[in-house]
Design a protein around this ligand. Sequence first.
Ligand SMILES: O=C(O)CCC(=O)C(=O)O
Length: 199
Amino acid sequence: MPDPEQCIRDSRGRILARLCPNWLNLDEQQALEPVLAALPWQQPEVQIFGKSHPIPRQQCYLGQPGCDYRYSGLLLTPEPIPAAIDALMARLDGGFNAVLVNRYRDGRDRMGWHRDNEPELAPDLAILSLGGTRRLRLRFDPKDSQGVDLDSGSLLWLAPGVYHCLAPTAKPVPERVSLTFRRILPGFHRPCPAAGHGV
Ligand SMILES: O=C(O)CCC(=O)C(=O)O
């Protein structure tokens, strides 16, 4: 049985997220290792103040056909979802149809503050953590953030509209992979048969 959920709240008592420690047991986590190792990882470049920079992590975007996703000027076309990850989606039972998988190779890899509010995306996300423990910061208001340490196997349900970031750390940390399960509006960027567009 997974551990019971813990609520993470800000200083005004608003729920930022719900954490389920040990959502996956050790055997289940280990079974995912070859699946993750075989993903076509990428480190795309984004434009910041007119200059091109590689994102400070690797990523792979998986999803059902037509679930293209745009963020930070990148238009991501989904790779097919491996069966083992599809099974996790079914177990989550959240109507998810896409997963952005992030790989933080060491403590320098990171993700800046953002809130996943793109128009093609439903506002609630689930984040499964594997590998080294990293701290995610969460907030609605500036100067009122809470940190949550995401251990391997834990699942975090993010409340809609919550800003979050994964800061770098100087501590030696093992590689961490996060699977961020998402609901994308199919056909938002390009018509696709699944969305009932075109013939
Ligand atoms: O790696 C994490 O836990 C955070 C990932 C994230 O914020 C995102 O993919 O939008």
